[in-house]
Design a protein. Structure first.
Length: 382
């Protein structure tokens, strides 16, 4: 599998410091993290399910994970260990692993006359079940590779509105040179645009009513039939509907709009036709980008814009539906973030293994624990 090219995740998990006293320590922390990783790869949704994996698969598999006690860790033990984990260190190590994995899968060569563009989507997700139980900082802001769907960084904040001051801290952990950061309207802020440019990156930012002057300027320009624009379009079928997207790009507002580094302004017309009823719905969206026409064609900009929203399907939807994250009851300390970080890593491993259906991948790894261990970088046999 392609995941054999990726640095072993087992080595990364071995770098997480163990803050426990040596006395009375029954289960090595790296072994417990490996148990969590292999169990989540097999579809485990909770601490109890992780503990059951160790009990159900038996002593041979526990030994191969590095667990030396006759019995595997209980749910209570896993809970205590997860409460004590340095979650910032865990996120840092997993982010570094994802960066190395990204380097193992270079982007396909761009078409003739095009520059290769590597997109990173900033997207947030609230852990609703944990929030209802009273957990703190249950909104997670992620930086995700558009191309591979692996999480390059993740930070926790109290709620969605706290994404704005936290986003620069997340970006500071990333290598942005030669990359394009895509954000939704909430994060379309001048300070964030300046941060991205200062780190050598580019941006594509969706513009909405939270930037009313900019939004009005863009709507006025693209309503003008004499505006000079470049454009592209594509159409897709989704069950009972046909969706057509037309992207317009213009340089006419460069030097006019007061937005850091703007080189093009964009508009997307999205038309959806319901085949059964004939109902037609059309909507417009606007964006700005620091990419000049010489570096990004309308087709590439449309792909970057579309792939930003694809993160919802590649990551957040999977965590909600396959791993039932929104109904998770964990709420102590940083355990919700620890579990989310391990789910991110498991999803990344599955995608790097060329798996496109994560639910099917979980069933495969549950039936083939040897494959799950190999994906984590452990030898097939002791």
């Amino acid at each position: 599998m392609a995941s054999r090219e990726v640095p072993p995740l087992a080595e990364v998990l071995g770098q997480i410091p163990d803050g426990r006293h040596a006395r009375g320590k029954r289960h090595p922390l790296p072994a417990v993290l490996l148990l969590a990783g292999v169990a989540i790869l097999g579809g485990a949704r909770s601490e109890s399910a992780i503990a059951e994996w160790g009990a159900n698969y038996g002593p041979e598999w526990r030994r191969r994970l590095g667990l030396t006690h006759p019995r595997g860790p209980s749910q209570a033990t896993i809970h205590r260990l997860f409460r004590q984990i340095d979650v910032a260190r865990l996120e840092h190590c997993l982010g570094q692993w994802a960066e190395q994995a990204l380097a193992c899968f270079p982007a396909p060569r761009a078409a003739e006359g095009e520059w290769p563009l590597e997109g990173i989507a900033l997207a947030g997700k609230t852990l609703r079940g944990s929030r209802k139980r009273g957990a703190v900082d249950t909104h997670l802001l992620c930086a995700v590779s558009q191309r591979l769907g692996v999480v390059l960084g993740q930070v926790a904040v109290a709620d969605k509105t706290n994404e704005i001051p936290t986003a620069p801290d997340l970006l500071a952990q990333l290598a942005l040179t030669g990359r394009v950061v895509t954000v939704d309207a909430l994060l379309t802020q001048t300070a964030l645009a300046e941060t991205i440019l200062a780190q050598g990156g580019d941006y594509l930012m969706v513009v909405n009513d939270n930037q009313p002057t900019l939004a009005t300027d863009l709507a006025t320009l693209f309503a003008d039939p004499d505006a000079v624009v470049a454009q592209t379009e594509e159409a897709t079928l989704h069950g009972g509907r046909c969706e057509r997207r037309r992207l317009l790009a213009s340089t006419e507002l460069v030097g006019y709009v007061r937005w850091p580094g703007t080189q093009q302004v964009l508009a997307m017309e999205r038309t959806v036709v319901q085949k059964g009823t004939g109902e037609i719905r059309t909507e417009w969206a606007y964006a700005v980008t620091s990419l000049p026409p010489a570096r990004a064609t309308p087709a590439q900009l449309l792909t970057l814009w579309r792939e930003h929203w694809a993160i919802e399907n590649k990551l957040h939807y999977v965590r909600d539906v396959t791993f039932d994250e929104d109904r998770a009851g964990v709420w102590k300390d940083r355990i919700p973030q620890v579990m989310a970080a391990l789910r991110n890593a498991a999803i990344g491993l599955a995608r790097l293994s060329r798996q496109t259906n994560i639910a099917a991948a979980c069933r495969y790894f549950a039936a083939r624990p040897d494959a799950a261990l190999a994906a984590l970088g452990l030898p097939p046999r002791l």
